[in-house]
Design a protein around this ligand. Structure first.
Ligand code: NOJ
Length: 715
């Protein structure tokens, strides 16, 4: 439709119909064929109102979408189609590794392709919009939602966030034609990851400088990539919940970042303004959220039941209402819903057709995202070894992760199932998930370990232990898995731990007891097959940590990119008291950002830093990477910088660029990084992004800690 047509449509709408467009509800409201059920009664929603609402979230099947849309169109006066949204976070029915794992690929193409395939499956199930990507900046692994993030580095996160948007949405302005793509909603604006104590939904108090420097860039990347929606966060920022925070939505999101799409609240967040105690009742909550700029109220009855009277009492808000409604209609139009409300669904064929190619892609993604943290000659496995597979994750299909609500555990490939396909001398002692390990099991495990050459210990988190509302104060292994490791290590030190986790864990004990550690994350539907390929060495582990693994919970929040302090701990002042350190723990991470091993290795030789144009601020870094081993190697070469003198305190290191490289055995590779000085711009105290002249030190290496200084440039 043209802008004119959309405005003509709006002219026909009553106030109630306009308000309805701003309401998003669950499908339950329609499940009984229009009959008023549970929550609808509680919210006193009339049948007329139900045929005015704008959107549904969380449907499960194409059939459900088709039925609801049909029923809605038959009963609504203006027949404006519903837009269906859902959390398609790392796959719809076929599940990819969790986003934190996907970030370990350091590979935007992989992420973009995965998002495209997830969009295809979701679109075939009638979904029009996904509540993804999550662009939250994170540095606190106690917060379970780090699972859904791209990790702790704002540059990596920005690149991957944009890749998700491109993957879901496809080329700009093609959503109406390309019905295998869906619109993306970047979330949570803003600061959600900074919850105090890592406790979900808790208070956030964020300086503007920190927000502009670290929290906004990934949102800006999504907006620049054309993201259709932004979801606000549950938390407060500067004392005001983001959902009622006018300066944040109007000044920062709209003006500063230039977002022109639809702003949606998070689940019930408008009503929760009452719990925050910034609104006395639903009407005040609706008014505050609406005036702040929330255009769609997800799962609360505040807009539904009070917005019309708010507008009637304050006609100056009418224009504001029209803007919001226009954004909803514009989204529907962009999706092509006015021409085809079913977006390609046909009554005659609403069955699920899973594409095996998507499954293959999830396997490849799992292979490329697992991170080998330690390996003292235990991996890869060989067919001549007697191998014991034990631990709660040995035959578990709880490997999909917290956001796999449509994915079926029964269809996931467990580690055991994957390994059985290989020609190994394997004995398995599986254990039911979710329970503390019994003494009997541990005893049996020790017996089996004693008579084996290698022990594969499949351990980690259950999917409920990370994700939303899964904050933890302890990040060591739960459910007596520590006891299992210690006891098994006593009888057989040749242990390779296969770790299933949604967040960085504290692995100091595991590190002491195991000779190898492979982090599988929640690897998705094909996890077992991917891991079997990795463990047998058919595929080399290639993942690199997108988030530091701390030594202790007390170090959190933690990032490799910490700011310079007045009293830094250095190699020369370790014993002094009045420096920035812990008395009982090192400052650094156990496994740093960017870290990960392969089955082979390479060295960096002959680095050169060149100034191509001092005037234009263009530089180049060249390096020769040499693989002297008998095995080909995949790695991620990482370029970090440190601005030597700055106006505001800056990180001790910042990732600027990276390249995934593949080097065949006994060969070398020349790699070039092209650098523009714009990448050294930073947020100053006036909140402006600018360069200032001075020297920048450059570091090159394979992780944030070990990267070595290779020179300085002047900008
Ligand atoms: C709450 C979560 O915070 C958000 O990320 C999600 O998209 C919504 N629920 C909808 O399920």
């Amino acid at each position: 439709m043209t802008e004119k047509h959309l405005h003509e449509l709006m002219e026909q709408m009553t106030l109630a119909e306009k308000v309805g467009q701003l309401v998003q509800l669950m499908p339950d409201f329609f499940a009984q064929g229009g009959e008023i059920t549970g929550p609808m009664q509680q919210w006193q929603m009339s049948e007329t109102q139900s045929y005015q609402i704008g959107s549904i979230l969380g449907t499960h099947t194409a059939e459900q979408v088709y039925t609801i849309q049909k029923q809605y169109l038959e009963n609504s006066r203006l027949k404006i189609p519903l837009v269906f949204m859902a959390d398609v976070i790392h796959g719809y029915e076929t599940i990819f590794p969790i986003p934190l794992a996907m970030a370990a690929s350091f590979d935007e193409q992989l992420v973009e392709h995965a998002a495209e395939l997830a969009a295809k499956e979701a679109a075939e199930a009638g979904i029009h919009v996904t509540f993804s990507p999550m662009a939250d900046y994170v540095k606190d692994a106690r917060w379970g939602r780090v699972l859904e993030s791209n990790g702790e580095d704002p540059t990596l996160s920005s690149v991957l966030t944009a890749a998700y948007v491109r993957g879901y949405q496809g080329a700009q302005k093609q959503l109406s034609k390309d019905k295998k793509r869906i619109a993306a909603c970047v979330k949570h604006f803003i600061g959600y990851g900074a919850a105090e104590g890592g406790r979900d939904y808790h208070t956030v108090d964020l300086s503007d400088l920190e927000m502009y420097q670290n929290y906004l860039p990934a949102f800006k990347a999504a907006i620049d990539a054309g993201v259709a929606l932004v979801m606000t966060s549950f938390n407060t920022v500067h004392g005001i919940p983001a959902t009622a925070n006018q300066p944040l939505i109007q000044d920062v999101l709209r003006k500063k970042l230039g977002f022109e799409g639809l702003v949606i609240s998070d689940w019930a967040a408008v009503a929760e303004l009452m719990a925050h105690r910034v609104a006395a009742d639903g009407e005040e909550a609706a008014r505050k959220a609406f005036q702040a700029g929330i255009e769609m109220d997800m799962m609360s009855d505040c807009y539904l039941n009070t917005l019309a009277q708010i507008i009637t009492a304050a006609p100056e808000l009418q224009q504001h209402l029209d803007h919001a409604v226009y954004h909803v209609l514009q989204l529907k139009d962009a999706l092509g819903l006015f021409d085809d409300p079913y977006r390609g669904l046909a009554a005659a064929d609403l069955a699920v057709h899973l594409d095996p190619a998507i499954r293959r892609s999830t396997r490849e993604a799992a292979e490329r995202t697992a991170v080998l943290l330690k390996n003292e000659g235990v991996l890869p496995l060989s067919t001549s070894q007697k191998i014991a597979l034990i631990g709660p994750k040995a035959d578990s299909t709880d490997i999909l992760g917290a956001w796999s609500w449509i994915g079926k555990k029964e269809e996931a490939v467990s580690l055991k199932e994957g390994l059985i396909g290989k020609n190994l001398d394997l004995s398995v002692l599986p254990y039911a998930d979710e329970q503390a390990l019994s003494d009997e099991y541990i005893e049996e495990a020790c017996k089996l370990a004693q008579h084996s050459d290698v022990v594969l210990l499949a351990i980690g988190e259950s999917s409920e232990e990370s994700g939303e509302a899964a904050s933890l104060t302890k990040l060591t292994l739960s459910r007596r898995q520590d006891v299992l490791i210690h006891k098994v290590a006593k009888v057989n030190p040749n242990i390779a731990a296969i770790l299933f986790n949604g967040r960085p864990l504290v692995l100091s004990d595991v590190e002491e007891s195991c000779k190898a550690i492979l982090t599988a994350w929640f690897p998705g539907s094909e996890g077992g097959h991917a891991l079997a390929n990795l463990l047998t060495g058919e595929v080399e582990p290639q993942g690199r940590l997108p988030m530091s693994f701390p030594r202790s919970v007390g170090q959190l929040p933690f990032t490799y990119g910490q700011l310079s302090t007045g009293r830094p701990k250095t190699a020369d002042n370790q014993d002094q008291k009045y420096i920035s350190r812990y008395m009982d723990e090192d400052n650094d991470a156990l496994y740093p950002f960017g870290y990960g091993l392969g089955y082979s290795s390479c060295d960096i030789e002959e680095t050169t830093v060149l100034t191509i144009s001092a005037e234009q601020g263009i530089f180049e870094v060249k390096a020769r990477i040499v693989n002297q081993t008998d095995r080909a190697h995949h790695t991620v070469l990482q370029l970090y910088s440190k601005d030597l003198v700055t106006e505001v305190a800056r990180p001790v290191r910042e990732l600027k660029q990276w390249q995934k490289v593949y080097i065949p055995e006994h060969s070398s590779l020349d790699v070039t990084f092209k650098i523009n000085q714009a990448c050294f711009a930073y947020i100053h105290s006036d909140l402006l992004l600018k360069n200032d002249p001075g020297k920048i030190a450059l570091y090159l290496g394979f992780d944030a800690k070990q990267a070595k200084k290779i020179g300085e440039i002047s900008i």
